[in-house]
Design a protein. Structure first.
Length: 239
């Protein structure tokens, strides 16, 4: 299985980066690509048609606290997929199963935001990505500010934005940053003096709380994402 092999390599490469993986999902035309462009000036194709983004597009993004994350745009979800596209569609969405967080973009100005949310969640369940935490983002607030504000109220923890006009983006980024922070934990590591490389990755991937120099090495308390903790397991002294 050539495809499966490629994906395994990608998975390893991704986790080695130690950066949180944020994947943008949502119904087609919700504004996913517009949001990615707004955040990164990536120049991702924005189009009013199905599957404008068949290949997931990944960009590096700095959150308000300065921490870098990987942000990946995905193909739009639709209720009834054209026959024959189902498999390629689902493999495109596989990135969602490996995400640390999903940003679920919904057209908040449309007639049936909840129906679209359900349709997207159903696909997420089918591909096994329903356990990944999700931040609901109601987009297109510029078209119907009142409707979007009401929908946001109905969905605690969600945020309202206009990817096109740029409103609500700061609050969205702050919320995402807070959510990712809540996924990380403070751990203590004992790093031998000769492992400057390990110390460097702790500083790069996390937030160092304290450092003390001991006989056998450097004792570091740091806030790290789960992925980093797993990779640095041999140096972790307290979970
Ligand atoms: N009025 C308005 N239109 C938007 C907004 N965000 C995206 N759009 C438009 O909605 C259409 C679909 O956007 P796109 O980003 O391609 O959606 P995707 O399929 O989820 O990637 C495009 O015509 C966008 O210009 C927004 O905040 N307000
Ligand atoms: Mg798109």
């Amino acid at each position: 299985m050539v495809l499966g092999h490629t994906r395994d390599l990608q998975r390893k490469g991704r986790s080695r980066s130690g950066l949180a993986n944020v994947v943008i999902v949502g119904y087609t035309n919700a504004g996913k690509s517009t949001l990615l462009n707004r955040l990164t000036n990536a120049g991702v194709l924005v189009e009013d048609r199905l599957f404008a983004t068949l290949d997931p597009t990944t960009r590096r993004l700095a959150l308000p606290g300065g921490e870098p994350v990987l942000l990946t745009d995905t193909v739009g979800f639709v209720r009834r997929l054209p026959h024959g596209l189902v498999e390629s569609f689902k493999s495109t969405l596989e990135v969602a199963t490996r995400a640390d967080y999903l940003v679920h973009v919904v057209d908040g100005s449309g007639p049936d935001p909840d129906g679209q949310i359900d349709a997207v969640r159903e696909v997420l369940r089918e591909i096994g990505a329903d356990k990944v935490p999700e931040l609901l983002v109601f987009n297109k607030a510029d078209l119907d500010p009142t409707a979007v504000a009401e929908t946001v109220n109905w969905h605690p923890g969600s945020v309202g934005i206009s990817a096109r006009a740029g409103t609500g983006i700061d609050e969205f980024l702050q919320t995402l940053s807070d959510r990712l922070r809540s996924l990380s934990t403070v751990v203590e590591l004992l790093v031998p003096y000769e492992r400057g490389d390990v110390l460097a990755s702790v500083h790069r991937e996390g937030e160092v709380v304290s450092t003390t120099h001991e006989e056998t090495g450097v004792r570091v308390r740091a806030r790290l994402a789960e992925a980093s903790v797993g990779r640095l397991a041999e140096f972790v002294v307290t979970p």
